[in-house]
Design a protein around this ligand. Structure first.
Ligand code: FDA
Length: 579
């Protein structure tokens, strides 16, 4: 007897998303979380294009955009000595840089935006609950036992102080960086925790007069001590424009965890802002450490982990919540199809195969971004720990009309440009390529990267890549190719000469009892390629087809329509684990 189909431990970005997705796909689920409410500090803000595409599919993007700061407000990444001090340089964030605008516009129908976890989680979880998720706050996961039919979790009702059991067919461990679930199922981890210490201060201060004329969301502040611990430099981070802020300031771990009083926190804030007339209210102070750890396997038996439970890294590149949400998007449709009896449980093995390499990649990327601040310190002659006066003297060379001054200015420009690897990594965000049994290779080799794959997205319709974006016309409305896939079902896309694929899709939909949406894109059909962009990005002749998974990744493609039913059947059976 089961209490629910899927028990989700944790209501952060991963757990709330998993609940929302499973409910959207019609799967019964229960989200438990140990606190009385959701995130109480802003933490992850940045939502990248891929995450916003996922939110479009889940019909929550408009709600999120209505509350988020748009990309224009995210504006610049600023490097300075304080908000009133010298400005060393600026890097427009992502698509805000003129040279990169078309890269971002061509890659996705969605724009990145900024929304703190305090506002995101209620949107995700309330939509999950509205669509069917059960939610229990003040409910702490304690331990689990599993057998071949299900998982029994022992939990604590923290209000009644009573323990009880919940029996589920599957359990998702979305319980964050100190995951008890991952520990109990013994997931193998690589890397290290606690590499550097950070103090996080959340504050209210109206800084409009210092920032509104040069909008930005990250203000990196070079001051004595800025290279001790932390995430590369002192940071003032916009939470809400322009009166809610977060400070990240490092501490020396060898001296132990600091006891930061409210007075100390105000002192750090005043030092970074530099304008003593500003009223500051401290909301909270906490410490956390920089981690570099990832699991090489995400599941054991009927227990699947996601989010920070399996990848632990600093906030650099803003990959934490994005990757957590995308983990959930990868697993949810697979779990739904297995629970509905449409796929074999072998499909679930592909979650590890596909997501573990991504976790490793983002942990390494985020930590490398911290190191890449080093060039800015070197360019300014600030490698050693200097006091304020020495720092002023060293930096004064920047203003010299001399060969030495010109050399320093060049070094600084190059060092700031290197930070594009933290603030414009569209490639890291969109270039995932999955290789697993849920992807059918078509015999072609992975195309060589035309440009740096961390910075630049490269469209591909090769199986294992995310479906390329192209704007289409749907009876007078502009939609993206990504908008016609998803919704928890497979989609087959073909051209005017491939209409036989529609019959093949219909037949296999009935035979395998799965939903396959099938579309011809071309003149006279509901979807038209009026700009001609789709014809380019599909890389397929008109009688070929693309089979797209519910998570918008290309599962299979075929260049012509010969043996349509048999070839589609073979592909689907392999993907569903029924081959
Ligand atoms: P998360 O930690 O958010 O959620 C875990 C959930 O599990 C919580 O609901 C918790 O209550 C619950 N839980 C834990 N143990 C439990 C138990 N035993 N029983 C029941 N429930 C339990 N990322 C980013 O992308 N951009 C950014 O700007 C930042 N900034 C940032 C700043 C700071 C100060 C921190 C500490 C972190 C960030 N991050 C970030 C990282 C980001 O916050 C993180 O990657 C995501 O919150 C991960 O989401 P998860 O849902 O995996 O875990």
């Amino acid at each position: 007897m089961y209490d629910t189909d899927v028990l989700i431990v944790g209501s952060g970005p991963a757990g709330s998303s998993a609940g929302l997705m499973l409910s959207t796909y019609g799967i019964e689920n229960l989200v438990i979380t140990k606190h009385r409410w959701l995130a109480d500090t802003p933490r992850a803000h940045y939502k990248n294009q891929r995450t916003m595409e996922v939110f479009r599919d889940l019909d929550v993007a408009d709600e999120i955009l209505a509350k988020a700061s748009p990309k224009e407000v995210m504006g610049n990444v600023v490097f300075c000595t304080s908000l009133v001090g010298e400005e060393l340089g600026r890097l427009p964030y992502g698509a805000n840089r003129a040279q990169r605008q078309s890269d971002y516009a061509l890659a996705s129908p969605a724009e990145h935006c900024d929304l703190p976890q305090t506002l995101l989680e209620p949107i995700l979880l309330s939509n999950a609950a509205a669509r069917g998720s059960h939610v229990r706050f003040d409910t702490e996961f304690l331990r689990l036992d599993q057998d071949e039919h299900g998982v029994t979790a022992q939990v604590l009702d923290r209000l009644k102080r009573e323990r009880y059991e919940i029996r589920a067919k599957y359990l998702i461990g979305a319980d964050g960086g100190n995951s008890l679930v991952a520990e109990q199922i013994g997931l193998p981890m690589e890397g290290h925790m606690g590499l550097a210490g950070s103090i996080s201060i959340i504050l209210h201060a109206d800084l409009s007069h210092l920032v509104a004329h040069r909008p930005g969301y990250l203000w990196w502040i070079m001051q004595p001590g800025a290279n001790v611990g932390g995430i590369g430099m002192g940071l003032l981070r916009m939470v809400r424009p322009w009166n809610e802020w977060q400070i990240v300031w490092g501490y020396d771990m060898s001296a132990g965890e600091p006891d930061v009083s409210e007075i100390d926190a105000v002192g750090i804030a005043r030092q970074l802002i530099g304008d003593d007339s500003v009223d500051i209210t401290i909301r909270s102070v906490s410490t956390w450490t920089v981690n570099q750890q990832y699991a090489t396997k995400y599941s054991r038996g009927r227990v699947y982990c996601m989010g920070d439970a399996v990848h632990r890294h600093p906030p650099s590149n803003g990959l934490g919540s994005n990757t957590s949400i995308q983990d959930a998007y990868n697993l949810a449709w697979k779990m739904a199809m297995v629970l509905k009896g449409q796929a074999s449980d072998r499909l679930l093995n592909t979650y590890d195969q596909e997501r573990a390499p991504i976790g490793k990649q983002i942990v390494e990327r985020a930590n490398k971004s911290i190191e890449q601040f080093g060039g800015i310190f070197s360019a300014l002659g600030l490698d050693a720990n200097l006091d304020a006066e020495q720092m002023r003297v060293n930096m004064s060379v920047l203003k010299e009309a001399s060969a030495a001054g010109a050399e320093k200015r060049k070094m600084l420009r190059e060092a700031i440009e290197l930070k594009s690897y933290e603030f414009a990594t569209q490639g890291v965000e969109l270039n995932q390529r999955y290789a697993s049994d849920a992807v059918c290779p078509d015999g072609t080799a992975q195309p060589a990267w035309q440009r740096d794959p961390e910075l630049y997205y490269q469209a591909s319709s090769r199986p294992g890549a995310r479906l390329p974006h192209a704007w289409l016309d749907r009876q007078g409305t502009q939609v993206s190719s990504l908008d016609v896939v998803g919704k928890g079902r497979f989609t087959l896309l073909t051209g005017l000469n491939g209409q036989i694929w529609l019959q093949a899709a219909q037949r296999l939909s009935e035979e395998l009892d799965i939903e396959i949406a099938a579309h011809v894109i071309g003149p006279g059909h509901a979807l038209q390629d009026l700009y001609g962009d789709w014809a380019d990005v599909t890389e397929m002749p008109e009688d070929g087809c693309l089979l797209v998974r519910p998570d918008a990744f290309v599962a299979w493609r075929k260049e012509d329509s010969s043996a349509a039913v048999d070839s589609l059947r073979a592909a689907l059976r392999q993907i569903l684990g029924n081959a």
